[in-house]
Structure formats: C-alpha cells, structure tokens
Design a protein around this ligand. Structure first.
Ligand SMILES: O=c1ccn([C@@H]2O[C@H](COP(=O)(O)O)[C@@H](O)[C@H]2O)c(=O)[nH]1
Length: 238
C-alpha cells in the first residue's frame, strides 16, 4: 500500500479496461474498480484483474445498516481484493460490522483485505458540507472525527483529500492509511473534484497512496502519462 499510485479504472466495461491495459504490456499495476465497472461486470472483472497480477482496490463505498454491510463484506472478502471501503457516515457500529464480515469471509490462514472509510468525498467543499449536510464544523474537523471513528472501529485507514492527511497522521499515527483521490497536476482539469492537490503536495503530506483516474485513463497516451505520474510521485520521495 505504502507509496502506491492507484489507477481508477472508471470504464464502462471489461472491453474498455482491456483496451486501456493492453499497451502496459503485462505490467502489474495497483488498480481501483469502482461502481461503474463493478455494477456492469460483477465479480468477473476482479477475477480477470487478479489473474493478470494486478493489486485491487474495490471501491464500492458500502453504506447501509450494520447487518447488511457485514453480510456484503463477507461476500466481498471472498474476492480477495487488497483493499475495500465503506462510508464512515454509516457509523462506528456499521464499520465494526464491516470488519467482522471481512474476517468471517476470509479463508483461514489468509489475510483479510484492508478496509478504509470514506470521510468527506473529495468532491465536497466545506461550504457544501456546511449547507447540505448541516455539519457546521470546519471540514478538516469533520474528516478527523470520521477518521477517529474509523480507527476505533478497527479499520485500517481512510479516504480523504491530501489536505487532511498530515493532521490525520499526527492524530492517529503513520500506520493508519490515508488514501487520497482528487490528485491533479497543475495543468490538469479539476473536473468535479473540490479538494485537489498535486502529487508533490500529497507526498510531502505523507499520504499512503494516491488515486489517479481521468488524468491517466483519458490521456491520449496512458502509458506515458502513467510514467509521468509515477516520476512526479517518486521524485519528491528521494
Ligand atoms: O472521496 C473520494 C472517494 C473516491 N473517489 C474516487 O477516486 C477516483 C478519482 O478519479 P479522478 O478521475 O482522478 O477524479 C474516482 O474513481 C472516484 O470515484 C474520489 O474521487 N473521491
């Protein structure tokens, strides 16, 4: 997990994924399967990616009553992904149930998938959060609160923006993962993301992994783009 660049495979179907991966010539990547792809292709897409040696973040952001999340996680554990997630807004009891489900579904002698909680989506601004969720504290306070709940529930980390990574590490320790989408190069389109940061900023904040989607998947030359991103991410590690 540490220092990974996770590519968000936000594609409509397996055919598009195959077309995207083909020029990587078998390179083993850390990829994210989200709702768009999983709802279309189901578990088969996970098997396909695993069979090709890729590490997988299954980003389904479970958010339901504890019993339902526990049962769903029991099933997802059998896919043997590296990383799965829930929404912290589902509450501590729900997050505890997620871990119980993962443990119940993991074969004896195997390690359960790491589980992280989405705090505030990176597409949410502080103003939106205040007005629409009626949460009147600063956004960082809300993120830290959700991160603390996630840690108390036994989760392994959170999804947050790079802006909150340092305060989370200071409060909850370096071993608690901070996985950060909303990463952009200076020249990239922001799109729907509100809390964006560059790879250099993310590295300096000590995030565990960055998630990059459209900047790579929609570029004219995804392999060159991926290499540019990896170099930007690594350069500041030296
Ligand atoms: O808070 C969150 C949680 C998840 N995401 C996901 O990350 C990628 C980001 O894609 P970009 O194209 O680089 O914006 C996408 O799959 C989201 O579903 C997030 O952006 N923010």
């Amino acid at each position: 997990m540490d220092n990974s660049l996770i590519i968000a495979l936000d594609f409509a179907n397996r055919n598009e994924v195959e077309q995207f991966l083909q020029p990587f010539n078998g390179k083993q990547l850390f990829v994210k399967v989200g709702m768009e792809l999983f709802y279309q292709e189901g578990p088969g897409i996970v098997h396909y990616l695993k069979d090709n040696g890729h590490q997988i973040f299954l980003d389904l952001k479970l958010h339901d009553i504890p019993n339902t999340v526990k049962s769903a996680m029991r099933g997802l554990a059998r896919l043997e992904c590296d990383l799965v997630n829930v929404h912290a807004a589902g509450g501590k009891e729900m997050m505890t149930a997620a871990i119980e489900g993962l443990e119940a579904g993991t074969a004896a002698g195997h390690k359960r998938p790491a589980c992280i909680a989405v705090t505030q989506l990176t597409s949410t601004s502080e103003e939106q959060m205040n007005k629409e969720q009626l949460i009147s504290v600063p956004l960082e306070t809300s993120v830290l609160h959700y991160a603390s709940l996630a840690k108390e529930a036994g989760l392994d980390g959170v999804v947050c923006s790079a802006w909150e990574a340092l305060p989370i590490r200071e409060k909850l320790g370096d071993s608690f993962y901070t996985v950060t989408p909303g990463i952009r190069m200076e020249e990239d389109n922001t799109g729907d993301q509100k809390r964006i940061a560059t790879p250099e900023f993310a590295r300096e904040a000590g995030v565990s992994a960055i998630v990059v989607g459209r900047s790579i998947t929609r570029s004219k030359d995804p392999v060159t783009s991926y290499e540019k991103w990896v170099n930007a991410w690594r350069r500041v590690q030296l």
